[in-house]
Design a protein around this ligand. Structure first.
Ligand SMILES: Cc1cc2nc3c(=O)[nH]c(=O)nc-3n(C[C@H](O)[C@H](O)[C@H](O)COP(=O)(O)OP(=O)(O)OC[C@H]3O[C@@H](n4cnc5c(N)ncnc54)[C@H](O)[C@@H]3O)c2cc1C
Ligand SMILES: NC(=O)c1ccc[n+]([C@@H]2O[C@H](COP(=O)([O-])OP(=O)(O)OC[C@H]3O[C@@H](n4cnc5c(N)ncnc54)[C@H](O)[C@@H]3O)[C@@H](O)[C@H]2O)c1
Length: 500
């Protein structure tokens, strides 16, 4: 191993949201500290237009910027563009893939996660994580007539709504769409808008005509719409633009056909196997007629017995924390989901080593209203809090778990609806001991409140409900709402005034 080039007081690994937020906060709090950011990516991801919407709700954009922007802002910062290949927690050193060795007094690992692919190294199975993979997807899609999307979470929800000009077969292992974020009621509210019109301003196009066949229970549902013009106002993205919460709005996700789009959902099924046409022909399980094999480059067999040929498969099946480079020779405690375990000071089990963002798993005793989800918002909050913890330790100051981990909150957009998720929005961990109140106006709003012992512990708000701050307060102050019963969601009562 080469000699140590330099020892920094703080080394942060990873130039994503968590790492950059950690660097910014640390360099602001300790401007004379010697800080290094080592990142594999050519750019860094910075939070811009940050807005604290309420006590816990925040909104911001994510911009991919050259690291020089950070170095100009923080003269104490050194950015090293390389990937960490190994970590030695005994000698407090990291080695990069180009053989350089750096020492650290305090290390924060913010190396993110990568797609958990259904089939590794299969050229026909794509994951989407960063700018390159999003552009690869866009390129492959532009020649595609049919794709299969596997998974029922954030990426799948975004893709089935955004992809046009290509038949989409959406395989989900659940009874309803969007299980990571929604229950069956919310899914039923969203399903008809699978062909919703794009906002006029962004996409002047004829109103979509769609037909839906009422499905027999468990049968595939098919939604067809004719679009007579392509979306305008969506300039092709600058190479390298970050995957922000609106990553797909920056690029045209258009298949080989013009204007038409067809999404069919295969419920309660998983992938049995992915075949090329040669493998399929020689497979004893193949159920397709021989003459129909060969017209597609890849075939996907589902556990419901159906086999579909397609141009490629998108594996939108979650992420795996990027821990590998740091494990060899060290004794990190790893959580069941593969993340580096961190305590309530974002410390891992290795001394002086912290972690934040998708790479870590929050193993402190969670507030009853919070759960970890690998999201920009939590990556930013963890990066910020980890830097505060590192500075507090250096300054020998006490520090408490930050308020942002008191209540889970997430603002996003699915199917062109604003979506706000609060607390135990799907009754996570509550078992049967909770009550649901729902208010739904088709095509307009879906409001679901989760009550436990008369107190609000979670909410799903779809549409412009303007209820998020009121519900956030009701959840945080744990007011007994038993007396209000279903009146709580009475649309004729202006609940904001009532509880203000
Ligand atoms: C398609 C897509 C859409 C998403 N949309 C949303 C959304 O709408 N809202 C939301 O809240 N969340 C969304 N997310 C989740 C969000 O992207 C992540 O939660 C967030 O980016 C995690 O930030 P991070 O800093 O932990 O990791 P990342 O942003 O992945 O950053 C990790 C950094 O570490 C670097 N790195 C990795 N390994 C090494 C190494 N060995 N050495 C040095 N550097 C290394 C990488 O180059 C990268 O710069 C989306 C994710 C995807 C994939
Ligand atoms: N708007 C948003 O908030 C948003 C949008 C996109 C992505 N994200 C985040 O980015 C990350 C990656 O998104 P994602 O959609 O890949 O993950 P996800 O965790 O949101 O969804 C993964 C989905 O795949 C399913 N799944 C897992 N293994 C499977 C298998 N073998 N077969 C079939 N289904 C399987 C899961 O049940 C889940 O429905 C997540 O942390 C997600 O929260 C957030």
């Amino acid at each position: 191993m080469a000699d140590k080039e330099k020892t920094f007081q703080f080394v942060i690994v990873g130039g994503g949201i968590a790492g950059v937020t950690c660097v910014e906060q640390l360099s602001s709090q300790l401007p004379s500290a010697d800080v290094a950011l080592i990142t594999a990516g050519p750019h860094i991801k910075a939070v811009t237009n940050y807005k604290q919407v309420s006590k816990t709700l925040e909104e911001f954009d994510v911009e991919e910027q050259p690291s020089s922007v950070l170095e100009e802002k923080f003269p104490n910062l050194t950015v090293i563009h390389s990937a960490v290949r190994s970590l030695n927690t005994n000698s407090h050193t990291v080695e990069t893939v180009d053989g350089r060795v750096f020492g650290y007094k305090n290390l924060c690992i913010c190396s993110g996660a990568r797609p958990k692919l259904l089939a590794q190294d299969n050229p026909y199975v794509l994951g989407i994580r960063d700018t390159d993979s999003a552009q690869e997807f866009q390129k492959r899609l532009s020649k595609a007539q049919r794709i299969v999307i596997v998974g029922n979470g954030g990426i799948a929800l975004e893709l089935v709504y955004e992809v046009e000009g290509c038949e989409v077969i959406w395989a989900v292992k659940d009874k309803a769409i969007g299980n990571t974020f929604f229950d069956a009621g919310a899914a039923q509210f969203l399903i008809p808008s699978l062909e919703a019109e794009k906002p006029e301003a962004a996409a002047p196009c004829k109103r979509p005509r769609y037909t839906t066949e009422e499905p027999a229970s468990g049968a595939a549902q098919t939604f067809t719409a004719d679009r007579t013009s392509r979306r305008h106002g969506s300039d092709p993205t600058e190479p390298g633009s970050a995957l922000g919460p609106d990553w797909h709005e920056g690029i045209v996700l258009q298949g080989v056909e013009q204007g038409s789009r067809r999404v069919s959902v295969e419920y309660q099924c998983e992938v049995e196997k992915v075949f090329t046409s040669e493998e399929l022909l020689n497979s004893p399980q193949q159920t397709l007629r021989p003459e129909s094999v060969g017209s597609w480059p890849v075939y996907i067999q589902l556990t419901n017995g159906k086999t579909f040929g397609c141009d490629f498969v998108v594996s939108a099946t979650g992420v795996m924390p990027n821990t590998e480079p740091f494990l060899h020779g060290n004794a990190f405690a790893i959580a069941d989901d593969g993340g580096l375990q961190v305590d309530d000071h974002m410390m891992t089990s290795e001394p002086n080593v912290y972690a934040a963002g998708d790479v870590c798993t929050a193993c402190w005793e969670h507030s009853p209203l919070w759960q970890q989800m690998r999201l920009w918002t939590q990556a930013r909050q963890m990066g910020w809090y980890a830097s505060r913890c590192m500075a507090a330790r250096v300054l020998s100051e006490p520090i408490e778990l930050d308020f942002c981990f008191e209540l889970f909150s997430h603002v996003t957009k699915f199917f062109n609806y604003k979506v706000v998720l609060l607390g135990k929005f799907n009754g996570q961990g509550l078992g049967p001991d909770h009550e649901l109140l729902v208010r739904c106006t088709k095509g307009h709003e879906y409001v679901k409140v989760v009550l436990s012992h008369g107190r609000m512990v979670g909410a799903v708000l779809i549409g412009e409900t303007d209820l998020e701050e009121t519900f956030e307060n009701l959840i945080l102050n744990q007011m007994d709402l038993t007396a209000y019963g279903e009146e709580l969601l009475n649309p004729n009562i202006d609940i904001e005034d009532y509880f203000d």
